[in-house]
Design a binder for this molecule. Structure first.
Ligand SMILES: *Cc1c(COP(=O)(O)O)cnc(C)c1O
Length: 457
């Protein structure tokens, strides 16, 4: 290994940082299905969307032909505070596993918010600021997105209102305080502040909330407050566009050393990090220039790809958002309360859904105890304390490396290490105390939510 000359960490210089985001949809022959107006069932127009979203972001959302969007200089200078992010050759992990596989990971946890979400947060806050808005509203589940957006808004002097899923609000007081440190206001959701919140509380008084519900509250607040728009941390095309910076950097770093991965693995919640990581590689595959295996990893307790259906669905519980065609479990689906591993959203990026539907990528699901085993193993070997979400990818990367050990194949594996897990220690504690359980929804349970899908056409 010593004589391979590939450093433990491959850094790019500031000048090598991407100057444009890559829009994977431009290279897709069969485009992802458009967002639909839930009332008319017609594709959402830019005008309709701009009541909720910032204008420039609406353009990015609807554009499936422009391959490259220049990254504004202001955003690039913000990126320089924590990018280019390192691409790590996991020599220690390879040695410990005693595998012939070569393992690389792209680490996105080296900023204070602790995840890749800052890549899109700063872009979305920038366009809101440029449009002359006062502030933005959003939801947050585990809290990474809310934290990232708070940082970005503080930097640009924008107001930031965050609806935080109630169980996280209570279980993660430190996360909440980080957001407040950056000046955001944080409201537990469902709340009495919005019509939709009051309705949900009346129907389900004891509810601990869900992402879908917090989205509805954030959208309602944005639409009802002058000078505010709503921003979202995953699922949408614009978010995947901004996250392409992950894949572009990873590819540039690998290209420097002439390394071509055989498989690229990422965890999938709403699909933004995975979509960003695979973007330039998938682009090559779509153009017929190279082939790779792409593997999406999701929790067995929230299995949108592996057990969901490909259909139009609501993006939120209150059914105020546009309809998106995606792999979904139904907008009423809420993962079991003992699920601690993140990636709890009921749907999936419509771009990734279309690629998966065409058989261009694979998906697999893993149980949370196996995820935390991998997380702990990784922390002890590579030093980084991974986020539970990221650890889904670690799990499958380790499994694939072990398959190589059996077959003797020297495969090259690239996976996305999306963030750090310092705010997830309650989940780690459960795991260490042997109190973590695996919950896998039954077919009958999933069927029940599937029945709530809207009827289209
Ligand atoms: C939010 C988050 C994810 C999942 O979101 P995607 O949009 O699917 O990328 C994964 N890892 C971390 C650390 C996160 O914060």
């Amino acid at each position: 290994m010593q004589n391979e000359k590939i450093p433990y960490k491959i850094y790019l210089s500031e000048n090598e940082m991407p100057k444009a985001w890559y829009n994977l949809r431009a290279d897709m022959k069969q485009k992802p299905a458009p967002l639909l107006n839930p009332g008319t069932q017609q594709p959402m127009t830019a005008e309709e969307l701009s009541g909720v979203f910032c204008e420039e972001l609406v353009k990015q959302e609807l554009d499936d032909t422009t391959a490259f969007f220049q990254i504004p200089e202001e955003i690039r200078s913000f990126y320089k505070m924590y990018r280019p992010s390192p691409l790590v050759r996991a020599y220690c992990l390879e040695e410990k596993l005693d595998t012939p596989a070569k393992i690389y990971y792209k680490f996105e946890g080296n900023n204070t918010s602790g995840s890749h979400k800052l890549n899109s947060a700063i872009a979305q806050a920038y366009y809101a600021k440029k449009q002359g808005l006062k502030g933005v509203t959003t939801e947050t589940g585990a809290g990474q997105w809310g934290t990232a957006l708070s940082m970005a808004c503080a930097y640009l002097g924008l107001d930031c209102k965050v609806y935080m899923v109630k169980c996280s609000y209570e279980q993660k007081p430190f996360r909440r305080e980080v957001m407040r440190t950056y000046g955001a206001s944080v409201t537990p959701s469902p709340s009495m502040d919005t019509q939709v919140g009051r309705k949900i509380l009346a129907e389900h008084p004891g509810t601990t909330g869900s992402l879908g519900c917090a989205i509805s509250e954030a959208v309602e607040t944005a639409v009802g407050s002058e000078g505010y728009r709503y921003v979202l941390g995953s699922v949408l095309n614009q978010v995947m566009l901004h996250q392409s910076v992950i894949g572009l950097e990873a590819k540039a770093a690998l290209d420097k050393y002439g390394v071509k991965p055989d498989m690229i693995i990422g965890c999938a919640g709403g699909g933004s990090n995975l979509g960003g990581l695979i973007a330039p590689f998938m682009g090559q595959k779509l153009r017929g220039e190279a082939d790779y295996r792409f593997i999406a990893v999701e929790p067995a307790s929230c299995p949108s790809f592996t057990r969901g259906v490909y259909a139009y669905d609501f993006c939120d519980t209150g059914m105020v958002c546009p309809l998106a065609k995606m792999y979904t479990l139904g907008s009423g689906f809420i993962p079991s309360a003992n699920h601690a591993g993140g990636l709890r959203y009921h749907g999936m990026s419509s771009t990734l859904s279309e690629l998966y539907h065409q058989g261009l990528m694979e998906a697999t699901s893993v149980k949370q105890t196996e995820v935390f085993e991998a997380a702990e193993y990784f922390a002890r070997v590579e030093g980084i304390l991974p986020a539970p979400e990221s650890s889904h990818a670690i799990r499958v990367a380790i499994d694939e490396a072990m398959k190589c050990k059996e077959t003797g194949e020297e495969k090259t594996i690239l996976f996305g290490l999306t963030g750090t897990g310092y705010f997830d220690m309650v989940a780690y504690e459960k795991f260490h105390d042997g109190q973590m359980e695996d919950y896998i929804p039954t077919d009958a349970e999933l069927e029940q939510y599937r029945n709530t899908l809207p009827k289209i056409g």
